[in-house]
Design a binder for this molecule. Structure first.
Ligand SMILES: [Fe+2]
Length: 187
């Protein structure tokens, strides 16, 4: 049975392995193999948002729900990340840093029951292309909230310091947009 404490405990144990990020990916993959169990514990996704499940200097575990159709601008993490999905889909777009700024460099679709490992220097943007919520567990190999990071303006691709308030606003607006669409569809 899925259990948040067990997931965090297994991730913490994986940090002692020689390649912790690979070991954490295996832990997350095992959990994502049973999406129904995760939904039973964390609830059926009904609004976009980020909930912290664990936060310490060496490990951050987040429960992330992407609202239907929402997209987040390019950003980096400066630590490895394992992204596991238990519902919906995440389209990742990757970028390369150049002298002029950012340049698109491929992408990766992540589906429910899958987990991907993102390296320390990855810059990505994420879209939920579906008309349904996407439920994810994100595990980061460090203090996700304490490490200074970058984000890029979605239009100009200018780099600026990561601001968690921008991310919160994005989730709020995506939820409002989705609720308005549902209201129109239901009227
Ligand atoms: Fe990210």
């Amino acid at each position: 049975m899925f259990d948040v404490e067990r997931l965090v405990g297994n991730c913490r144990a994986a940090l002692r392995e020689s390649t912790p990020e690979v070991a954490v990916k295996e832990v997350v993959e095992r959990a994502m193999a049973r999406p129904d169990e995760i939904e039973r514990v964390l609830g059926t996704p009904a609004a976009g948002g980020i909930t912290t499940l664990h936060h310490s200097p060496e490990l951050t575990v987040l429960h992330v729900i992407w609202a239907p159709g929402m997209a987040i601008y390019p950003h980096d993490h400066r630590m490895w990340a394992v992204i596991g999905l238990y519902g919906g889909r995440e389209d990742n777009f990757f970028y390369r840093r150049t002298a002029q700024g950012l340049e698109q460099a491929g992408g990766k679709k992540v589906e429910a029951r899958e987990a991907v490992l993102l390296g320390k220097s990855i810059v990505h943007s994420v879209t939920n292309p579906l008309r349904q919520f996407t439920g994810a567990i994100h595990v980061y190999g460090g203090d996700f909230f304490g490490v200074p990071r970058s984000e890029w303006d979605p239009e100009t691709l200018q780099e600026r310091p990561y601001d968690v308030e921008n991310a919160k606003r994005l989730f709020r607006e995506a939820n409002e947009r989705w609720r308005a669409q549902c209201a129109v569809a239901g009227s």
